[in-house]
Design a binder for this molecule. Structure first.
Ligand code: NAP
Length: 252
C-alpha cells in the first residue's frame, strides 16, 4: 500500500522541500499551511511530476478548533499516516527580553509549541489505531542552545526538544517512532518572516557563508524515515559547515 506523509508548513522552505522528496519516494501526501494558493499549486505540481495523490488542508496551527475540524474531516483513507513532519513554525523579532514584543511572543509560543501539540495529538491517535507511524519534529539548534536576543524563540524550540523526548516515551508501547531534527541556519523564508518582510535584513543573516538549503534538511529527514523498522534516530543536529554552534558562524 502506498505510504502517506502529513507535512505541516508545506507552503515554503523545509516543508515544501519535504513534500517534493516524499513525493519522489512515492508517498501520497497531506500538505498543510495557511496559504492555500501555494498548497494547491504544489499539489498539482507533485501530482503531475510524480503521479502521487495529494490532499491539501488549510488551517492555522494556532487555532485548535480549525486544526481538529480540518484534520478530522479528512476522508478516512488519509488518516493512515505513516510519517508526520511537524514542521510549521516561525520566529518573530530578535530583541532583548526587556524589549520583546508580547504579540511576537504569543505568536511563537502558540505556533511552535501549541500548534505542534494540537496536530500531534490527533495524528498520534491515528497512528495508535493503525499500529504504525513516525513523528518527525523539526526543532532547531535554538532548542539546544540559547543565543543573544533569541530568548523566546529558543524557549519554544527547547520545548519542542522536551516534547520530542516525552512523545517518544509515551508512544513507545505502540511502536511509533519519534525523532527530532535540529537545523542550524537554513536559507528559507524564515528570516524574512522573523524580520516581518524586511528582505535586506533577512539576506544579511546569510552573508559571507554558505547556509544549509531546505533540501539538505529534507534529505536528512528522508534518511531518518527510511531506516529499518527496528532503528530509530532519536535526535539529530544538522549545521552548515561554517556554523559551529548557535552563535558562531565563520563569515569568510
Ligand atoms: N530556516 C532556519 O534557519 C531554521 C533553523 C532551525 C529550525 N527551523 C525550523 O524549521 C521549520 C520550517 O521553517 P522554514 O525555515 O522552512 O521557514 P519558512 O520558509 O518560513 O516556512 C515556515 C512554514 O511554516 C508554516 N507556518 C508558519 N506559521 C504557521 C501557522 N500559524 N499555521 C500553519 N502553518 C504555519 C508556513 O506556512 P503558511 O505561512 O502558509 O501558514 C510555512 O510553510 C520551522 O519550525 C522553523 O522554526 C528553521
Amino acid at each position: 500500500m502506498t505510504k502517506i506523509a502529513l507535512i505541516t508548513g508545506a507552503t515554503s522552505g523545509i516543508g515544501e522541500a519535504c513534500a517534493h522528496l516524499f513525493a519522489r519516494e512515492n508517498y501520497n501526501l497531506v500538505l498543510t499551511g495557511r496559504r492555500i494558493d501555494r498548497l494547491e499549486k504544489l499539489a498539482k505540481k507533485l501530482n503531475d511530476k510524480y503521479n502521487v495523490e495529494v490532499a491539501v488542508s488549510q488551517f492555522d496551527v494556532r487555532n485548535r478548533g480549525d486544526v481538529a475540524e480540518n484534520l478530522e474531516n479528512l476522508p478516512a483513507k488519509w488518516k493512515h499516516v505513516d510519517v508526520l513532519v511537524n514542521n510549521a513554525g516561525l520566529s518573530q523579532g530578535l530583541d532583548p527580553i526587556q524589549k520583546g514584543d508580547l504579540d511576537d511572543w504569543d505568536t511563537m509560543i502558540d505556533t511552535n509549541i501549541k500548534g505542534l501539540l494540537y496536530v500531534s495529538k490527533i495524528v498520534a491517535n491515528w497512528m495508535i489505531d493503525n499500529k504504525k507511524g513516525h513523528i518527525v519534529n523539526i526543532g532547531s539548534i535554538a532548542g539546544k542552545e540559547v543565543y543573544a536576543n533569541g530568548n523566546v524563540y529558543c524557549a519554544t524550540k527547547h520545548a519542542v526538544d522536551a516534547l520530542n523526548k516525552g512523545m517518544r516515551i509515551d508512544l513507545l508501547p505502540y511502536g511509533i517512532k519519534v525523532t527530532a531534527i535540529h537545523p542550524g541556519a537554513v536559507e528559507t523564508e524564515f528570516s524574512e518572516v522573523r524580520f516581518k518582510g524586511d528582505k535586506e535584513r533577512a539576506k544579511k543573516v546569510y552573508d559571507g557563508f554558505e547556509p544549509l538549503v531546505a533540501d539538505d534538511i529534507a534529505e536528512t529527514i528522508w534518511f531518518v524515515v527510511s531506516r529499518p523498522k527496528h532503528v530509530n534516530i532519536n535526535d539529530m543536529i544538522v549545521m552548515p559547515t561554517a556554523q559551529a554552534n548557535a552563535g558562531t558562524i565563520f563569515r569568510g
